[in-house]
Design a protein around this ligand. Structure first.
Ligand SMILES: Cc1cc2nc3c(=O)[nH]c(=O)nc-3n(C[C@H](O)[C@H](O)[C@H](O)COP(=O)(O)OP(=O)(O)OC[C@H]3O[C@@H](n4cnc5c(N)ncnc54)[C@H](O)[C@@H]3O)c2cc1C
Length: 392
């Protein structure tokens, strides 16, 4: 079988790979996209509960975690959220803005995948699905070996994503290729992942499974105020997912279940109240949550009027400065992203090309750039994919 010869071989038909492919194809490059999955863009399809939170109105570098916080700036400027929104509008994909600038499709993520595939087809991009890469080596050009044959390419773009959600095709291929070509890796861990708490908290919180409250969760340096969902394992919902990306095993989180209330002042004003604490708290929290917090922290059950100053301090500590040390995240199986990845120090932020390996590019989540919740991860995939596509 004679080898396939292309200008650009893109590994991964996800968000970054497809955006890169349509960009490079539109520049006249002969592009082949290879993916082991049977379907392209599977994470795009499940993103945002199927509606795909494809970007955010306010994308800033502060929304990203990376050993080099400035790395993302150039790509996000070269292809911004406004550029992606313009592309969405050009494809007549209806979208809606939800809280905090988050943009979603109105009629489902499949429209975005279809539009990407449409642009790829128009640009003459070939997509090989269900194809495993056996090995790749660099001779005069890059030579990729697959069960379906050998591919020669002048440029290779690694857009194979991270380790999160292996049920959508995630593998460590990108990190293995980086290591093969001598690029360092920043240690990875699951991000935007639910948290499992220890006993005795786990049993108490499991009884609240399905109940959500507005709360603030803080790690040593980052605090998120959003919906907190109690689960059988402990904590989930946006506040827990956000803080999980910054959490290190062994660290305590600070939980504030009443972030919008001056609890110390309110308690002081209620010193004539003859109702028990849990009953009064039920004005501010779901009744079962109020009762569980009282039980868990063994808070006084006497009427508020009989509370000493020390009692009040304990109540404020339990509700607004609750130190909770999670046991673990629920791991890559349930994480939305991978924190860490290919060290950006080894990659040009202007082109996404590996500094020491001309012709080898990286784009998307495989790099050590991880967005917060809110459309930032897909925007990074679009931006870095576009930049790689412009420079291959
Ligand atoms: C449940 C869930 C919901 C999410 N929701 C959102 C959201 O609403 N908004 C947002 O911004 N982000 C969201 N994300 C994160 C976002 O989907 C990813 O950050 C983004 O898809 C990363 O794009 P990528 O192209 O780098 O990687 P991916 O989209 O993961 O694509 C990588 C591709 O490489 C292929 N691949 C992997 N290994 C191999 C191999 N060995 N051989 C060949 N091909 C391989 C995969 O099959 C895949 O097609 C969500 C993630 C999950 C899991």
């Amino acid at each position: 079988m004679s080898p396939t010869v292309v200008d650009v071989l893109i590994l991964g038909a996800g968000a970054a790979g497809l955006c890169c492919a349509k960009t490079a194809g539109a520049r006249g490059r002969r592009v082949l996209v290879l993916d082991h999955a049977p379907q392209p863009g599977r994470k795009i399809l499940i993103a945002g509960g199927g509606k795909c939170n494809f970007t955010n109105r306010a994308v800033r570098r502060e929304h990203y975690l990376s050993a080099n916080p400035r790395f993302c700036v150039s790509a996000l400027a070269q292809y911004s959220a406004a550029d992606f929104v313009a592309w969405i509008e050009a494809h007549q994909i209806a979208c809606e803005e939800r809280t905090a600038g988050q943009l979603f499709t109105c009629h489902g993520a499949a429209q975005i995948v279809q539009a990407l595939l449409h642009d790829c087809e128009r640009a003459g991009v070939r997509i090989m699905l269900g194809t495993n890469l056996e090995r790749i080596e660099q001779q005069a050009d890059f030579v990729a070996h697959t069960a379906q044959g050998v591919i020669h390419a002048a440029r290779v773009v690694v857009a194979t994503g991270g380790l999160a959600y292996p049920q959508c095709g995630a593998t460590a291929l990108g990190y293995k290729l980086a290591a093969q070509f001598g690029l360092p890796i920043i240690a990875t861990h699951p991000g935007l992942a639910p948290l499992r708490v220890r006993e005795p908290e786990r049993t108490h919180l499991a009884a609240l499974s399905g109940i959500a409250v507005r709360a603030q969760l803080a790690s040593a340096r980052h605090a998120f105020c959003d919906e907190l969902l109690f689960t059988h394992h402990g904590l989930s919902g946006p506040a827990a997912l956000q803080v999980s990306s910054y959490w290190q095993p062994g660290q305590a989180l600070m939980v504030n279940l009443l972030p919008d209330l001056d609890l110390a002042r309110e308690l002081a004003l209620r010193r004539d109240a003859y109702m028990p604490l849990a009953q009064w708290l039920a004005r501010h929290l779901p009744r079962r949550v109020a009762q569980t917090v009282c039980d868990l922290h063994a808070l006084p059950i006497k009427p508020l009027a009989q509370f000493s100053r020390a009692d009040m301090t304990r109540v404020v500590a339990a509700l607004q400065h609750w130190q909770l040390t999670p046991e673990a995240t629920l791991g890559y199986d349930l994480a939305e992203v991978t924190v860490g990845g290919v060290d950006t120090a080894a990659v040009s932020s202007k082109t996404m090309e590996a500094r020491a390996v001309p012709g080898l590019f990286f784009a998307g989540e495989v790099l050590d750039v991880t967005g917060q919740l809110g459309g930032y991860n897909l925007q990074w995939a679009w931006s870095s994919g576009f930049v790689a596509g412009q420079h291959v």
